[in-house]
Design a protein around this ligand. Structure first.
Ligand SMILES: Nc1ncnc2c1ncn2[C@@H]1O[C@H](COP(=O)(O)OP(=O)(O)O)[C@@H](O)[C@H]1O
Ligand SMILES: [Mg+2]
Length: 385
């Protein structure tokens, strides 16, 4: 097992900056998920860690040893890709034990280890089959098993589940979480899927456009995003963003948006950065917009009227798109809410859950109180993020 560290790492391809000033610590035994849209530099970061790509600048450490000059094969890292190539002419067993046979381990030890890993992954009955006769999920498990049998210091996984159908993806997700808690090996897992990231990572690194945006546990990313990108990338349906105006009263500031006014909650939050009065973007998550069905809702906050535009029943709840004046918002309503397009509803926006961003930069200007925040950020180990 090993800790991993990126120190001010850049990767330039020609004139394109694929990764820019990446500093990131992955403590020993952590399950770190790197998430971001396609092209943001996730694979490049992983490939640099694996030794398949050289950083243009900066240093990478595995267990405090600088590895920039260590070839891939000597880094003791196992990598599982999205397109996991199995040897088609070998059986599952042949695919699994190939590495151990190359290393000339004893027949007995090979048999034992293959048995153990196959059992863990539920592929024992497949050991004598060939890859062509397996389903996608079974092949994926064999690829994982092959990586596990290497017993590496670090596992790297690059979107390993994206070729699987939805049900299998969910199942493999929990198997990987279980596997990690059994093995305790450091894992760096890349995905573009924020739900996968949120459900799997002990900590999540969000990237955009080659740059690391925030590293934090899932709850912190969700509750206390550092900027508009993280706020709107994490969470589904997305956070609603409205134009707002912050008052200049620093001891009891208020925010005007959607034609209403809300106090800024300074008990659990604080204004950071310049935090001056003026144009802000107001973020409200869909679950913080409450349907004030009979006027007795105990949520405190501004009350606005909306007109139902679209209802998406999700089974356990409904996503409802509403027009509020000239702005549109999405709220989570109870299932079977018996609304139809055109209905008018009264909404209460929970003012304790409002996010504020500087309109010009997208940086958050309202953050959770520093005590909470420092705990989360020290845990994240960002050097100068
Ligand atoms: N070998 C390469 N040559 C040139 N550009 C590359 C190369 N590999 C990646 N890139 C570019 O670097 C950026 C980041 O790519 P990548 O790390 O694959 O993103 P992600 O995995 O997040 O989708 C993209 O703009 C991509 O086109
Ligand atoms: Mg990629």
């Amino acid at each position: 097992m090993a800790a991993v560290r990126f120190e001010r790492v850049y990767k330039v391809f020609g004139s394109a900056m694929a990764v820019e000033d990446l500093s990131l610590d992955v403590p020993d035994g952590d399950f770190l998920v790197i998430v971001g849209p396609s092209g943001c530099g996730k694979t490049t970061s992983l490939r640099m860690l694996a030794g398949l790509e050289r950083p243009s600048y900066g240093r990478i450490f595995i267990d405090s040893e600088p590895v920039n000059n260590v070839p891939a094969k000597n880094r003791d890292i196992a990598m599982v890709f999205q397109s996991y190539a199995l040897y088609p002419h070998k059986t599952v067993r042949g695919n699994l034990d190939w590495g151990m046979r190359i290393r000339r381990e004893s027949k007995q030890r090979i048999a034992e280890q293959v048995e153990e890993v196959a059992q863990m992954l539920g592929i024992t009955r497949l050991l004598d089959k060939r890859p062509a006769s397996l389903s996608g999920g079974e092949r994926q498990r064999v690829a994982l098993g092959r990586a596990l049998l290497r017993d590496p210091r670090v596992f790297l996984m690059d979107e390993p589940l994206s070729n699987l159908d939805a049900a299998l993806r969910v199942q493999m997700r929990s198997e990987l979480i279980r596997l990690h808690s059994t093995l305790g090996t450091t894992m760096v897992y890349v995905t573009h899927d924020q739900i996968e990231a949120m459900t799997m990572g002990t900590r999540i690194a969000v990237m955009s456009d080659g740059r690391l945006q925030q590293v934090a546990p899932p709850e912190t990313l969700y509750d206390d995003p550092v900027n508009l990108f993280v706020a709107t990338f994490i969470g589904s349906p997305k956070m609603n963003i409205f134009d707002g105006q912050l008052s200049s009263n620093r001891s009891a500031p208020t925010i005007d948006f959607l034609g209403a006014q809300a106090p800024v909650d300074l008990r659990s939050h604080e204004l950071v950065g310049p935090g001056d009065a003026g144009a802000k973007l107001v973020g409200v998550r869909p679950e913080d917009i409450h349907w004030n069905r009979d006027g007795t809702e105990d949520v405190r906050g501004p009350v606005v009227d909306g007109q139902v535009e679209v209802i998406e029943p999700m089974g356990s709840e409904s996503y409802v798109t509403l027009a509020c004046g000239d702005q549109t918002l999405v709220a989570r309503f109870p299932a079977r809410c018996a609304l139809t397009r055109g209905d008018s509803v009264r909404l209460t926006i929970d003012c304790r859950q409002i996010h504020l961003f500087e309109a010009s930069t997208g940086e958050a200007v309202l953050r959770r109180n520093s005590a909470d925040r420092i705990t989360a950020e020290v845990g994240s180990g960002v050097i100068d993020g």
